[in-house]
Design a protein around this ligand. Structure first.
Ligand SMILES: O=C(O)[C@H](O)[C@@H](O)[C@H](O)[C@H](O)COP(=O)(O)O
Length: 249
């Protein structure tokens, strides 16, 4: 079930995401004892954390936090997605350090090795048996339709076997990165895109309504069928055929 939830403002998006993540986390913890989530960079961490970081009803001690993609930079670098999520969320909540999985900082000079190491980090939580099954992957779209570090026309988009791959020539700086692949993203129980602002409105329509498969974001189709778009009205302004749903969990 693909659902688009559109809200008047980005602050409303942040509130709805707080509601969604609190419920998704409670459901997963009640069922499996934990909540596994992958978070990306960009504007997403601030929007997702705005209300969530003060939500006392969420049991963050059961969260396992991974990154959908990471730049090959040190953990304290301003380009680090780890640093971003740490400052926006992890510094404010009690996710145990052993349940937080940033890129191995000793491997940032070698993206291929860093990707392999990240595979092993995933296997330490999900096992080696099959493709990791995240409870939730939280995603953003880039202006060119990329997601994570899967860029249009780049071979990483076609990766069918690896869980994590690397890129040395990212069109969005910095150039060296690691990223989860589509097989992992599409094995998630729920995939959630967050898109705000009019600057993304044309690309959002291209992906959701025109289903342009040259844009990697269009290729996200979780096998569970649960794909949600949390957007503001500025981002959804060009939709015509696709009608936003009423937000109800
Ligand atoms: O590390 C990265 O570059 C991000 O993970 C990237 O994939 C991001 O999610 C999108 O570019 C959307 O970013 P914005 O929300 O800032 O537009």
């Amino acid at each position: 079930m693909v659902q688009v939830f559109s809200f008047p403002t980005s602050d409303d998006v942040a509130q709805a995401l707080n509601t969604y993540l609190a419920q998704a986390s409670a459901t997963a913890i009640a069922t499996t004892g934990r909540f596994t989530i992958a978070i990306t960079g960009g504007s997403l961490p601030a929007t997702a954390s705005k209300y969530l970081k003060a939500n006392k009803a969420v049991d963050f001690s059961k969260w396992y936090v991974f990154w959908g993609d990471e730049r090959c930079v040190s953990h304290d670098h301003d380009d680090s997605n780890y640093k971003l999520v740490k400052e926006q969320l992890l510094d404010h909540v009690n996710v145990p350090a052993a349940q937080v999985f940033p890129i191995n900082p000793t491997l940032i000079g070698n993206p291929e090795e860093a990707a392999l190491d990240y595979h092993h980090q995933l296997a330490s939580v999900f096992g080696n048996g099959g493709v990791p099954e995240f409870d939730c992957v939280l995603l953003g779209i880039g202006p060119d339709g990329h997601l994570c570090s899967l860029f249009p026309g780049f071979p990483q988009v076609k990766e069918a076997d690896k869980w994590v791959t690397s890129i040395r020539d990212s069109p969005k700086p910095p150039p060296s990165r690691i990223t989860l692949t589509l097989p992992v993203l599409n094995n998630a129980k729920e995939a959630v895109f967050v898109v705000t602002g009019s600057g993304k409105s044309e690309m959002f329509k291209t992906i959701v309504e025109d289903k342009d498969t040259s844009k990697p974001s269009t290729l996200v189709a979780p096998k569970s069928g649960k794909l949600y778009w949390f957007v503001d009205d500025a981002a959804s302004q060009h939709l015509s055929a696709v009608k936003p749903s009423t937000f109800k969990l």
